[in-house]
Design a binder for this molecule. Sequence first.
Ligand code: PBG
Length: 328
Amino acid sequence: MSLPIRPRRNRQSAAIRGLVRETRLSPRQFILPLFITEGTENEPIASMPGCQRWSLEGLVGEVRSAWEAGIRSVVLFPRIAENLKTRQAEEAWNDGGLVPRAIQKLKAAFPELTVITDVALDPYNSDGHDGLVSDDGRILNDETVVALCRQALCHARAGATIVSPSDMMDGRVGALRTALDGAGFQAVGIMSYTAKYASACYGPFRGALDSAPKAGDKKTYQMDPANAREAIREAHLDEAEGADILMVKPAGFYLDILHRLRSETSLPLAAYQVSGEYLMIKSACAAGWLDEKKIVLESLTAIHRAGADMILTYFAKQAALYLAEGEE
Ligand code: PBG
């Protein structure tokens, strides 16, 4: 054939593929989500094989090994004892609570670590919702935002680097910024769950924290998976309210949303490869149906290629170790 243009020329060797590669992963882009619990025992999580709920001692050990693999950022999710859960979720801003103690311990052991905290009431709320619930079952927006500000200030006092509201209440980013600045925490960043979808992919996570809603679902605050323009609207709002980083969640099913937000904002974008995505990959690999290294790196590369600067993933440490084995 007389073919002057042959794209395969640029694929003919590993060396040339390495030259033309457009997207590369680095451990510094990964954020490791960590579950924490009271007590001295680490607990394996039945709904998330390979993950643990860490005791505070165990947490330090896990972060040390993640640090050695190149990870510099973690996000904390607490399992709160049933007897501390209330309808007003007051434990969420207890300065002696599990999350503030974990932050202090991590910052003492790893001063350079980025400690991100989840701002939402679901682990603390006896109703299992991210927001406060009225007697007739409505999720109360403005009252919840007041509670979220208390929670974020508690995390900031303990030394959190970034607070990350995952609740999807309206107006919470602006309210958090004002509250943090008013208390002298201008340096504490806000990573906003901007486009968080009402996804079936969160099931294993709710199992890990015993945080499933007691009644109803999260569709009056999390977004409809059918909507994309609405994500752009949320992004503009979060940006105007002072968010430092915007997040899309889940990641793998929502690459189009990442791609659209990439062209709508100059803010850094995060994507959360959530528990259900982790479990789909993990279970297929455990069955011997997929190659774990290849599928993990492909899934993360796709998320980065679509526009995510950083990725929250339960594979963070493993992926960092895979990357250390080098490119082909
Ligand atoms: C709750 C929260 C959820 C996740 C992160 N923060 C669950 C939910 O919204 O029900 C899910 C993360 C995952 O599935 O890995 N504020």
